[in-house]
Write a protein that binds this ligand. Structure first.
Ligand SMILES: CC(C)(COP(=O)(O)OP(=O)(O)OC[C@H]1O[C@@H](n2cnc3c(N)ncnc32)[C@H](O)[C@@H]1OP(=O)(O)O)[C@@H](O)C(=O)NCCC(=O)NCCS
Length: 181
């Protein structure tokens, strides 16, 4: 079900645009390859980065804010370290940038990749950031030469992915899970 309705932020008046950030400032604060992510619906600046380190408490706060349960920090740190790709979306602040979006991906780096933990802070949902985040994640994975990408969507977000060209797993018959007890 689409969330577009009277309260959807894209139905609001367009916000006046902030001055773009200086390239050197972006790289010095957010690391190599980071770049500004523009939104028509906010007067703030946002930056995508694959290299700015994550504060685990801030990351877990973001993931809890979207309704996911807490995970042990040490395991999360290791999972992030072992991930093929981890992308943060930061609301820029010269002193205290805030993590407002996240996604990561695991895989062998050549044949297959799996996307995990896609989240946009509830405060910034509906601004188009989720779509931009996924587009950046998919492009980054494709740039590695990986040909097949999978993800496990919660039932409430299947349309979010379908609208971006993702196919549903045929007949729901080819997936298996194993959980440690
Ligand atoms: C799913 C999520 C990442 C979307 O982020 P977002 O920034 O709000 O999405 P966008 O603003 O980029 O929306 C892009 C489009 O998808 C639609 N959309 C957004 N969330 C949707 C949802 N849950 N179901 C269906 N469509 C959705 C929007 O209406 C928009 O459509 P449009 O292009 O026709 O206007 C975000 O809602 C979120 O973090 N949810 C909680 C965590 C979660 O469920 N993550 C996915 C794990 S599988």
């Amino acid at each position: 079900m689409k969330i577009k309705g009277p309260l959807h932020k894209s139905n609001f008046e367009r916000a006046s645009k902030p001055a773009p950030l200086n390239f050197e400032l972006i790289e010095s604060m957010y690391g190599e390859g980071s770049f500004e992510c523009f939104s028509d619906h906010s007067e703030e600046n946002f930056v995508f980065s694959q290299s700015r380190p994550f504060d685990l408490i801030e990351l877990e706060q973001l993931l809890q804010a979207v309704g996911w349960s807490r995970r042990p920090f040490r395991r999360v740190r290791k999972a992030i370290d072992n991930s093929l790709l981890k992308v943060g979306l930061w609301r820029h602040d010269p002193k205290f940038p805030r993590l407002i979006g996240f996604a990561r991906c695991t895989g062998d780096g050549i044949l297959e990749a799996t996307v995990w933990d896609v989240a946009i802070s509830p405060t910034y949902q509906g601004y188009g950031f989720g779509r931009k985040l996924m587009s950046y994640v998919v492009k980054s994975i494709k740039d590695m030469g990986v040909k097949k990408i999978v993800l496990f969507a919660d039932p409430g977000v299947i349309d979010f992915y379908k609208s971006q060209g993702w196919d549903l797993e045929p007949k729901g018959k080819r997936c298996a899970f194993w959980y440690a007890s």
